[in-house]
Design a protein around this ligand. Structure first.
Ligand SMILES: Cc1ncc(COP(=O)(O)O)c(C=O)c1O
Length: 418
């Protein structure tokens, strides 16, 4: 066990041992070019990919350059097929239950629409819902008369299970949409317990796992969701413009796509068509094949590293960063009590979050500022204009963490002197 050097004398006591036994951080850094370029703490935005992911993308673009897009796609057909199996292995489902998308927001929109929420039916959404999905939900409420209800939260801002049960018990047709981990804090929703309630009361259960796939151990059968959506570029470390979804097999049969595409449907007669029996019925023909190959490599790497080990390391490192930041004078942790993911959010007294992230960028420390406009049901509800978000991944070493802590302490100290 090693320890993180103190950021400054005032917080020496807060330095905790870096948990690193299950992940070979040095190896991860060798595989990740960007780990030497900056102290990157933005996995929740878009993580650093490995060189192997980038090479797969570039090699395919070079092949397209030489032989043409369709010909290149035919050449790598088996590799693209393998992406479905790798995603299924990570989530604990079958390859035919996987659909590929270009973003999580597209997947959430296409799959929520496939439930065809009818006027008067109800959608219960968690307060952790991401902006783009929330905007879609509010549009359905406005234009289609959907009853949009925000799930009540407990003292720690997680979905209040008793209150949720009381809502579901009236038996109304309901789609539950829950963000496993939000964009705006390190909170982890009680997704297994929500799944028990969804099953008990026959509600459809859609899980936005954009911030949790590649980060936490996910088993869709245990959670009991019908649909799970995630993006590639965050904790999965895949290229931008990639995303995937799980659609439970029995559920797929009940959900025709609202806008079938030639990828997942066959036009068999002047006015009739068949749709695929698999989750691919929700896909579109046109897609960035290079990105999908990169996604495949990232999924293989995540599976090889082991999600249980990765999740253990990430959450322990998140806790360590959170506790070390908490000990810095002038810093307030913004995560609700009990948050235990690798997303750490905080505020520096008297300094706007955007200024904190810009000042850290000057020190080659990459974090982001998340404004309330990305999560009004959470940040807005807590009257927080914006937070600073730091999200480590397996390539962050002790020196990275020290630089983050030193930078934040320095910014807080300078502000205290003003
Ligand atoms: C919780 C959550 N859901 C959904 C999204 C949207 O993902 P995408 O940008 O891939 O559409 C984000 C993006 O940050 C997110 O944090």
């Amino acid at each position: 066990m090693t320890s993180v050097p103190a950021a400054d004398a005032a917080r020496t006591d807060a330095v905790l041992p870096l948990v690193g036994s299950t992940i070979d951080v040095a190896r991860e850094r060798r595989l990740t070019l960007g780990a030497e370029v900056s102290h990157h703490f933005n996995a929740a935005g878009s993580a650093l990919p490995t060189a192997a992911v980038v090479s797969a993308v570039v090699a395919h673009l070079r092949l397209e350059e030489q032989v043409g897009g369709y010909e290149a796609a035919a050449h790598v057909k088996d590799h693209v097929e393998a992406v479905y199996g790798s995603a299924a292995a990570l989530l604990g489902c079958s390859a035919d239950e996987i659909a590929l998308f270009d973003s999580a927001s597209t997947g959430l929109r296409v799959l929520l629409d496939a439930f065809r929420p009818a006027p008067g039916s109800r959608i219960i959404a968690s307060r952790s819902t991401y902006v783009s999905h929330a905007l879609h939900l509010m549009t359905l409420q406005r234009e289609r008369g959907i009853d949009l209800v925000l799930a009540p939260v407990d003292a720690h801002r997680r979905v209040d299970l008793d209150a949720l049960e009381a809502l579901l018990a009236d038996g109304r047709p309901t789609v539950l949409t829950i963000a496993h981990v939000p964009t705006s804090s390190g909170l982890v929703e009680p997704v297994d317990e929500i799944g028990v309630l969804a099953r008990r009361y026959g509600a459809a259960y859609l899980l936005d796992a954009t911030q949790s796939v590649g980060h936490l151990h996910i088993d869709v059968a245990r959670i009991g969701c019908q649909v799970l959506v995630t993006t590639g570029r965050k904790f999965l470390r895949a290229p931008r413009g990639t995303a995937l979804a799980f659609v439970q097999r029995d559920c797929t049969a009940l959900l025709p796509p609202t806008a079938p595409d030639v990828r997942g449907a066959q036009w068999i007669d002047a006015f009739s068509w068949d749709v695929s029996g698999t989750a691919r019925r929700f896909e579109t023909w046109e897609a960035g094949i290079a990105g999908r190959l990169g996604l495949g490599v990232a999924l293989e790497e995540a599976n090889r590293r082991g999600i249980v080990e990765t999740a253990g390391w990430l959450t322990a490192t998140g806790d360590q960063v959170r506790e070390s930041l908490r000990a810095i004078p002038g810093v307030t942790i913004a995560d609700p009590h009990g948050s235990d993911s690798a997303i750490v959010t905080f505020l520096v007294d008297g300094v706007e979050s955007a200024r904190v992230s810009a000042a850290l960028a000057d020190r080659q420390v990459r974090v982001v500022s998340v404004p309330a406009t990305h999560g009004q049901w959470d940040l807005g509800d807590r009257a927080i204009a914006s937070i600073v978000r730091a999200s480590p991944h397996v390539y962050n070493d002790e020196a990275d963490i020290s630089r983050l802590l030193e930078g934040v302490a320095d910014i807080a100290r300078k502000e205290a002197r003003r």
